[in-house]
Structure formats: structure tokens, C-alpha cells
Write a protein that binds this ligand. Structure first.
Ligand code: HSE
Length: 439
């Protein structure tokens, strides 16, 4: 960014005054003098669009600045930048595409919109010659988008491992540290304002998947189709497995994994995973997010911060507003993507390779371990450790059998598990999770 030579008033239209929108309104007001000194932009939020004019809010917006129709922002010739924080996909798509056609710069925090319709929107942005900024769409307050677009622009990205959903990380942390049940922990996360309006998006893993799609598309220069992403949420994680994982030296985290193999095939998946307690990611707790990016030039980098909540997320929106304002004042524009060539294609999830944790409930009789090991061995899956915890609260004559498996393709592991479940000595459905060694 250049040293500001002049001050220019930049008028902003804000669509959405929910948790993040209110944070943007409040914090632009709070730091406006500082922003002006640093960027040369006097940011004025001229008009705010809400669904309900009479709803009580935690910020005070003058009544004459409020309206219920986002078209008023698009049609206002004085407004330079439109901030889309209404969420959802269809109406947000209409808003953003109409704004771009009206030559308004767009700032959005809407990961579902970009993950599902980003390809169309960025093509439109290019056609209209107007940028879209989206720092707030991934990892709340962590400037990971700018990092990939600018700081790591000279790298081929080898992998990204991210804790990118604050709600899920909060839930898993509370289950781990306080022994809370899943529902209780989710309620706490909602009370703290971390969860999406529809928390199913968080706990199903799809909010994290939307963010992983954006990071992967940005890193590899081609659009990842949501159908090519493997997604599992935290809603099936049991306290028991968190406890066993701890005993074996691991923490359970919902991880977004993006990784390119030697032939440019890119895997994108989100799932509860075991992370070694010795790795920094295992210590990322509460609503905090962290993203580990490995580049061919830089090596491993780690970015940490709050991934949800009003103030952290509005910090990212304000950063975009400043970039957008700078592009107006100084004429610098980018299309919102790293302009390198396309160099990848999606990797089918069945071919993705990792280590695995497997929990079975088996008959407590000799020979069971050999039967299970045979089925794994036949599929070339090695066992790296076995644990049979005694004294657990299991039905008479049964015992838990825990195994850590060496790296194997998902398809082989799924085949093996289905064969293992067919053994008469196996009493319940197997529980399994990926293990990410992160080395
Ligand atoms: N619901 C999201 C989360 C908010 O919990 O991370 C930020 O995208």
C-alpha cells in the first residue's frame, strides 16, 4: 500500500446488520481516524440494509440511514463499496452480481456464496472490471486470504491443514476439557455468537468445507466443485473416542485438509481427525482457528487467531474495505484471485491416503486380534499400535479393541472395515477417524 497523499471520502453501503455487520459498523466508527491516517480513506457507512427496521440491535444506526431494500445501495451513485453480510446464497448472489454490474466494489464474508457460485461471480467481476474482496469468508480474523494472494504468491502450495470452524473447535474443546455432552457444548457456542444462523452448517462440516473450497481454489487456481469435497462433521464424535485419542497422545480436531500430490491432483476434505498432541494445531482451543500452510519456497507457516465472532470477523471486513478504498484512491485493482495458471484437478477421495484410528467392540476371547489383523493385512494395511483398555463399561464378555493403522488409501480402509464388521466376534459398528501426522 502507498503512503497516503490525500484523503478521500469513500462511501460504503452495508447489507446485513447481524453479528458481523454490527461489528463492522461499530469498529469502522471506533477506528475511523486511524484508518484515515493509514490509508487516506475516510470510510463513511452511508446506508445500512436490514430485514427488520424495528429490531433491537447492539449498535445505533440513525433511522434515516436504514432501509430494507439492498437495491437502494446499488442505485446510490455516491456509494463506492457494497459490503454483503446478509448470508445465504440466492439473494446474496443477486445482490453481488447486481452490485458488480453497477461497478460497485464488493466486500463479502459469505463463504457459502463463494464456494457454491464463486466461479460465476469472479468471472463477472473480471468482465465488469470490479474486484471482490473476501477476507472474512475464511477463518474469521486471520488474514489468510491476503496471505495466500500476496505473502505466499511466490510459492506452489503443497498442503493446507486448517482448524477453520470456530463452533466445531469450541464444541470439541469443551467436550475434551470439561467433559460436556455435544448438545450442551453446541448451545454454549451458539450463546457466544460463534455459530451460523443455522448451526447445522457448522456441525455438519459444511461451513468448514466452504472455507476449504475457497482456500483450495485460491491455492491451485481452479475451482473446486463442492461435489468433489469429502465432508464429515463433529455431530458423530463421541466423548469416548476423544478420551481414547488423548490416551494415545492425540487431540481430536475438525480439520480441513487440502493437499496436492506429485501429479497436481488436489484432495479437499473436512473431517474429525486425530492430531498429535505435540503439534501446535492440537493446542488450538475454543473458538480459535489455525491454518498451517506449506509452500515449496517458504516451508511450513502457521496462522492463528479467532475464527468466529463479531470483532475478529469485522477486522477482516475492515481490512477489505481499506484495500477496496485504496484501489479507488490509488487505482490498484486485482480480481480477487492469485493470477497464476491452472495446475490441478480434484483427487477422488477413495484414493486419498492417511493413517487411521479404529475402535471396535469385540468378544473378549483369544484369536480375535488375529482375525482382525488378517483382514487388514489382506488389504495391505499395517497396524502401528493396538490397545485393549481393561475395566471399561462394556457388556459382559466384550472389550474395546483400539488400533492405529498405517497409511492406506481410504477405499482399502473402508473395504477392510466392512469385512471386519462381518466377523461374528465384532459386536458393534466400528468407529474410525483419520489420523493426520502433520510431519
Ligand atoms: N460459524 C462460523 C464458525 C463463523 O464457527 O467458524 C465463522 O465463519
Amino acid at each position: 500500500m502507498m503512503i497516503p497523499q490525500e484523503t478521500r471520502t469513500v462511501r460504503v453501503g452495508l447489507a446485513g446488520l447481524g453479528n458481523v455487520g454490527a461489528g463492522v459498523y461499530k469498529n469502522v466508527g471506533r477506528n475511523s481516524a486511524l484508518i484515515q491516517k493509514r490509508t487516506g480513506a475516510d470510510l463513511q457507512i452511508k446506508r445500512v440494509v436490514v430485514r427488520n427496521l424495528t429490531k433491537a440491535r447492539d449498535v445505533e444506526v440513525p433511522a434515516d440511514a436504514l432501509s430494507t431494500d439492498w437495491r437502494e445501495l446499488v442505485n446510490d451513485a455516491e456509494i463506492d463499496i457494497i459490503v454483503e453480510l446478509i448470508g445465504g446464497v440466492d439473494e446474496a448472489f443477486e445482490l453481488v452480481s447486481t452490485a458488480l454490474q453497477a461497478k460497485k466494489i464488493v466486500v463479502t464474508g459469505n463463504k457459502a456464496l463463494l464456494a457454491e457460485r464463486g466461479q460465476e461471480l469472479f468471472a463477472l467481476a473480471e468482465k465488469c472490471g470490479v474486484p471482490i474482496y473476501f477476507e472474512a469468508a475464511v477463518a474469521g480474523g486471520i488474514p489468510i486470504i491476503q496471505t495466500l494472494q500476496e505473502g505466499l504468491v511466490g510459492n506452489r502450495i503443497q498442503s493446507i491443514h486448517g482448524i477453520i470452524n470456530g463452533t466445531c473447535n469450541y464444541i470439541l474443546t469443551r467436550m475434551t476439557q470439561a467433559g460436556l455432552g455435544y448438545k450442551e457444548a453446541l448451545q454454549e457456542a451458539q450463546d457466544k455468537g460463534y455459530a451460523e444462523a443455522d448451526p447445522t452448517l457448522d456441525v455438519s462440516g459444511w461451513d468448514a468445507a466452504h472455507k476449504a473450497i475457497i482456500l483450495a481454489s485460491l491455492s491451485y487456481g481452479f475451482w473446486i466443485n463442492p461435489a468433489d469435497v469429502y465432508v464429515e462433521g463433529v455431530d458423530r464424535v463421541e466423548l469416548l473416542d476423544i478420551r481414547y485419542a488423548e490416551r494415545m497422545g492425540y487431540a481430536v480436531k475438525l480439520l480441513g485438509v487440502i493437499r496436492a500430490d506429485g501429479s497436481g491432483r488436489v484432495e479437499v476434505r473436512v473431517q474429525p481427525s486425530l492430531v498429535p498432541r505435540s503439534h501446535l494445531l492440537a493446542s488450538v482451543n475454543g473458538s480459535f482457528n489455525a491454518v498451517v500452510v506449506k509452500g515449496d519456497v517458504v516451508g511450513e507457516t502457521l496462522f492463528y487467531g479467532r475464527g468466529a465472532g463479531q470483532d475478529p470477523t469485522s477486522s477482516s471486513v475492515i481490512s477489505d474495505l481499506c484495500d477496496a478504498a485504496a484501489s479507488l484512491i490509488y487505482g490498484f485493482r486485482h480480481s480477487g484471485f492469485v493470477p497464476h495458471g491452472l495446475y490441478g484437478k480434484p483427487k477422488p477421495v477413495d484414493e486419498t491416503v492417511s493413517h487411521y484410528y479404529l475402535r471396535l467392540l469385540v468378544d473378549d476371547v483369544p484369536g480375535v486380534l488375529a482375525q482382525v489383523a488378517t483382514l487388514l493385512g489382506e488389504r495391505k494395511i499395517g497396524i502401528s499400535s493396538v490397545m485393549q483398555p481393561e475395566g471399561e463399561d462394556t457388556p459382559p464378555g466384550s472389550i474395546p479393541l483400539l488400533m492405529m493403522l498405517h497409511d492406506a488409501p481410504l477405499k482399502a480402509v473402508k473395504d477392510a472395515i466392512s469385512a471386519i464388521q462381518g466377523l461374528s466376534c465384532v459386536r458393534e459398528k466400528a468407529v474410525w477417524m483419520r489420523v493426520e501426522p502433520l510431519d
